[in-house]
Design a protein around this ligand. Structure first.
Ligand code: ADP
Ligand code: MG
Length: 482
């Protein structure tokens, strides 16, 4: 079973790992296309440059020859040959001079000479109509250029000059240029492929490390850390994952602690109930004692009931259920709480004194305010001494409403103060149990205060009493519900 799961997981890792290679190949493809275009562009441009310079050179040579011919009195093979032989610099493969009607009077070619014939090369036909012509053919390192111009003498056209030239040296130059560009392109593309592959592999390796770590963490090993060198986004991601697991670890420890505390706390009253009922069943006891035992069972059941209510209330706060907050004056709710608990206070011989400022509106869930005041007043009575006093005061201090519960009770030892807001924490377990406490009251109070943007503080001296101060930001508006 385990083997199957791990295999299916590793294939999923491999499948995800492909995306890097997909990006790399897209990158390679894009650079490949760009280089091809660059290649074609370079080839075209250099060919154009060669074409332009060849055209200029050929036409110039034609013009020079034409102007020589134009000076001749008679246009014949002899006169033209004479004139041509004097032009030492004229280096062409073939030179044809035609007369006005297109008949060749001179042809430098020994074989297939056109002398005395009508020459109907397209270049000559175009030149005969008065235009300069140049055509170019480049193939496999050889440039074949043809040029033709009309010859004018005293304003009239007397013939045409036609030249052809095979150029191997410049052709070879162009060829090697194109080849070099192609080689550079090829080398560049190979470098791109190698680098893309290298980066994709490196990235994929780091990514896989993170994925493997995430799997280990998902399987419940929250102490596992992702270790990644470097300073890129992946390292940042790894740090974030590590922070997350740290928090998970804390949350998991808290959860375990809570479950163990809760079950321990629930176990105690259940054990008492069991013990009491066993005693009733096993011992012959008088009615009076039986009633007492049954009364105790009832008390324990009450305690269980209270505790489950408190646990439910805590889990509701933890689930962060949004409850409607309203603008409330604090004083009426506090008075309601005190009325509710005055019976208990009387029984315990505690006097409650109220000094409440009336206009202290705050934004709060009404039930939360009631719970907060209830728990704090209840504690002020429970952890007080007979004949003691609890003063509840409310006043404005700058933008805050300060609600203070000050008792003359047993006080809280210094080392316990930092713990009293923890779940199930009680300074004196025996005393608290006797009074039906579960140690959840202050935990609930703190959560409720915080979720209503308030703060809670405590000061206490053992044997003298404690002061709990709750503050909420004042919420001043015209309309305040009572
Ligand atoms: N006003 C007080 N004076 C002295 N001790 C207090 C006071 N309020 C709370 N405590 C201590 O803090 C502990 C936690 O309080 P709380 O969370 O309300 O639990 P419970 O009242 O159920 O025991 C109490 O058990 C008690 O020891
Ligand atoms: Mg309490």
């Amino acid at each position: 079973m385990l083997a199957i799961t791990s295999e299916s997981k590793s294939t999923s890792v491999r499948r995800h790992g492909k995306s890097q290679f997909r990006y790399a190949s897209i990158y390679v493809l894009i650079t490949f296309v760009a280089l091809i275009f660059l290649n074609i562009y370079c080839a075209k441009t250099s060919q154009t440059l060669f074409y332009q310079s060849k055209k200029a050179a050929m036409l110039e040579r034609c013009q020079v020859t034409a102007s020589e011919i134009a000076e001749l009195e008679v246009l014949s093979h002899a006169t033209v040959s004479e004139a041509i032989s004097q032009m030492h610099t004229l280096k062409v493969n073939r030179l044809i001079i035609t007369n006005q009607s297109g008949v060749a009077v001179y042809d430098s070619a020994e074989q297939n000479s056109t002398r005395g014939e009508y020459v109907l090369f397209p270049e000559i036909v175009t030149a005969a109509s008065g235009n300069n012509v140049f055509s170019w053919n480049y193939r496999a390192g050889t440039m074949l250029s043809r040029a033709a111009v009309p010859v004018y003498a005293y304003g009239t056209m007397i013939g045409c000059v036609y030249m052809t030239e095979y150029d191997i040296s410049q052709g070879a130059l162009l060829q090697s240029l194109l080849q070099n560009i192609f080689s550079i392109t090829l080398v560049l593309e190979i470098i791109v492929v190698i680098f893309s592959l290298f980066f994709a592999l490196a990235f994929s390796k780091r990514m896989q490390k993170i994925q493997t770590s995430m799997r280990i963490i998902r399987e419940g090993n929250y102490s596992h850390k992702v270790t990644l060198n470097g300073r890129d986004e992946l390292t940042f991601l790894a740090t974030e994952i590590n922070n997350l697991t740290d928090r998970l670890q804390v949350a998991e420890a808290e959860r375990r602690q809570f479950v163990s505390d809760a079950s321990h706390e629930l176990k105690t009253p259940l054990a008492s109930i069991k013990l009491l009922s066993d005693s009733i069943l096993q011992n012959e006891m008088d009615m009076e004692t039986t009633r007492e035992f049954v009364g105790d069972i009832g008390n324990e059941a009450d305690r269980l009931n209270r505790m489950t209510q408190e646990l439910l209330s805590l889990s509701r706060i933890d689930a962060a259920l949004e409850q409607e907050r309203e603008i409330l004056n604090i004083a009426p709710t506090v008075r309601r709480v005190v009325r509710m608990l005055s019976g208990i206070a009387q029984k315990a011989d505690i006097t409650i004194e109220l000094t409440l400022e009336e206009n202290c509106p705050i934004l709060i869930v009404e039930d939360d305010l009631y719970q907060i005041a209830f728990n704090l007043v209840e504690n002020g009575i429970k952890y007080n001494l007979p004949g003691g006093k609890l003063t509840v005061s409310l006043h404005r201090c700058e933008d805050n409403a300060l609600l203070q519960f000050s008792d003359t009770g047993v006080g809280i030892p210094e080392d316990a103060i930092s713990h009293i807001f923890e779940r199930f924490y009680r300074v004196d377990k025996a005393r608290s149990r006797k009074t039906g406490g579960s140690g959840l009251g202050l935990a609930i109070v703190r959560s409720m205060v915080e979720r209503n943007q308030g703060q809670i503080q405590v000061e206490s001296t053992v044997g003298q009493g404690s002061v709990f101060t709750v503050s909420f930001p004042i919420f001043d508006t015209e309309e305040v519900s009572e």
